[in-house]
Design a protein around this ligand. Structure first.
Ligand SMILES: C[S@@+](CC[C@H](N)C(=O)[O-])C[C@H]1O[C@@H](n2cnc3c(N)ncnc32)[C@H](O)[C@@H]1O
Length: 413
């Protein structure tokens, strides 16, 4: 019989019975997508992997702990046959054929009436790749095509403009600590779709160079603000461009809501009725220590970490930080914007009881090519900052976690 190509289709399985025979690795890989599709899943197998058992325990599937029996496919719309017993698989696919149940067979694609495509998802779209006929089946090739398409859509190198659902208004995108690979997939896609990008000094600036020439890139630090405060001028620039119907990305360092004034921008946009999407980002408060080999928590060493702004000194009346209480905590202190005031901060912590020999690490320009780590103690940190000429941006980590790990004192990059 001539081989015809498979006919691609999307099955809508919500509340429809799907029978899975076998509880091994194949079932384990396929079940999450069937669960996500809302199928009513019956799994028949004497044994299952621990992950499959967890799905049964969580009530996501119903597990009948026995081998396949004739009649198991009676109410099925779709079946996945993946037991380790070829004879049972053959009997089950014969039952599927008789009952006109589409079935996938893990052990014999030729005998199957359906094939599982290599699938991936990107923002509301499912990409499914099938080879044309059984003889040409090459799962690695289809998976590679799937990966190339999904990756391209995610990072914007494959441009497929949205005609109906282009994100309106402003996207407040957390760009991560600086390494262009550390922005989220969603942030990168929105950046690729933007008409205007208003960017901070911190964050993944290398990505700006990749934007097509028609994209207007505005340096937030250089927006003229005359009698306005800088933040008001940025808010106004966002509003102005969004009102012109442009797709605006406000690219911020780290996470927009960690000392990022993200909510102020969102509120300003909300006041004039401009929709705003917020895309969380990887905050420097965790990622920069991590990039320098410092875990902010470590079993038996620190059970908490506290992130504090050090932009005003402890004795400044504008400070909202309770430094005496922080001095009593036993966990890790992570200080952002604290390079200039670290002398005063260290002194205050020691005055209120933190040991003077508490380890301190300063990580400057973390995750970038210029990353460097300088180690000190609370007693020496002010002097070390001067002698080593540590400059912002830097994340300061105070606590025993600084000494955990194999690279203490040595730059990790
Ligand atoms: C205004 S705050 C913004 C924080 C940002 N929203 C976040 O979640 O990372 C700026 C401070 O973050 C820290 N910072 C941000 N990126 C950094 C990096 N790549 N290396 C070191 N410190 C960084 C520095 O302490 C800097 O002064």
């Amino acid at each position: 019989m001539a081989e015809h190509p498979a006919y691609p289709v999307g099955l809508r399985l919500t509340s429809r019975r799907v029978v899975v025979l076998g509880g091994g690795q194949v079932a384990q890989r396929r079940l999450p997508a069937l669960i996500a599709a809302g199928a009513d899943i019956i799994l028949v197998s004497p044994e299952v992997t621990p992950s499959v058992e967890a799905m049964a325990d969580a009530g996501e599937i119903t597990w009948h702990q026995r081998p396949y029996e004739e009649g198991d496919l009676a109410d099925a719309w779709y079946a996945l046959i993946a037991t380790g017993d070829t004879e049972a698989n053959t009997r089950a696919s014969a039952e599927a054929e008789r009952n006109r149940v589409w079935c996938v067979r893990s052990d014999d694609a030729d005998e199957a009436t359906a094939w599982t495509p290599a699938t991936g998802h990107s923002e509301g779209v499912t990409v499914a790749v099938l080879t044309t006929d059984a003889r040409g089946r090459d799962p690695r090739h289809t998976a590679a095509i799937r990966d190339a398409v999904v990756e391209g859509l995610r990072d914007g190198t494959l441009v497929a403009p949205h005609h109906r659902t282009r994100t309106p208004g402003v996207a407040l995108v957390g760009g991560g600590p600086g390494d262009p690979d550390l922005i989220t997939v969603r942030g990168r896609r929105l950046l690729a779709e933007a008409d205007v990008v208003i960017a901070d000094r911190l964050g993944p600036r290398d990505l700006l160079a990749e934007l097509p020439p028609h994209v207007e890139v505005i340096d937030a630090a250089k927006i003229p603000y005359g009698r306005y405060m800088a933040q008001e001028a940025i808010n106004n620039a966002l509003i102005e461009h969004a009102k012109q119907g442009k797709s605006v990305v406000r690219l911020k360092g780290g996470d927009p809501y960690v000392f990022g004034r993200g909510m102020e921008e969102l509120q300003a946009l909300a006041e004039v009725g401009i929709p705003c999407t917020v895309v969380p980002g990887i905050s420097s408060s965790i990622s920069v220590p991590s990039a320098a080999g410092i875990p902010v928590t470590h079993r038996g060493v620190a059970h908490e970490f506290t992130v504090v702004s050090g932009h005003v000194a402890p004795d400044d009346e504008r400070s909202l930080v309770d430094w005496p209480s922080l001095a009593r905590l036993t966990g890790t202190l992570v200080i952002l914007m604290g390079v200039d005031k670290i002398g005063k901060i260290a002194e205050t912590l020691v005055t209120h009881g933190k040991p003077a020999d508490t380890p301190v690490a300063l990580v400057q320009e973390g995750t970038t090519a210029a990353q460097r780590r300088v180690d000190a103690t609370l007693a020496t940190v002010a002097e070390t900052v001067r002698t080593e000429d540590v400059k912002p941006p830097a994340v300061i980590v105070i606590g025993e976690v600084v000494k955990v790990g194999p690279t203490v004192g040595a730059p990790s990059k």
